[in-house]
Design a binder for this molecule. Sequence first.
Ligand code: ZN
Length: 141
Amino acid sequence: MAKNSFYKTVLMDHYRHPRNKGDLNGADVVRRGHNPRCGDDIEVGLYLQGDKLDQVKFRGRGCSVCIAAASMMSEAVTGCSRQEAHHLSEEMHDWFGKGNGSDVNQPPDDLQALSAVREYPARRRCVLLSWDALTDALEML
Ligand code: ZN
């Protein structure tokens, strides 16, 4: 499917050139996510300004899906309020927890490329790992 191959190109670009990946010095909160099934191991750091996520960064190692998803997550929630970020994380869990064709809300455009992974349930953890770490981090605040 043409759309899916476009999505895969987007994912590979995020994997090869991850956004917001680097050290987490000075982060207000850092949470780690680990997926033993795949060997994914990342940390997500939040930098707050008031109630807003001024910057969201991550570091670590993971498969292409994990790194691409973390990169996209960091872009998607930067600038969000804590509540908005929490809500988006819940939507992602909804979206990935249900099969294709069910009427769940579609995620924002810049996360649509992850739908290329929805047909591989085994990779769900790889996508949601960074979102789980984000949710954990938000709950620490
Ligand atoms: Zn993985």
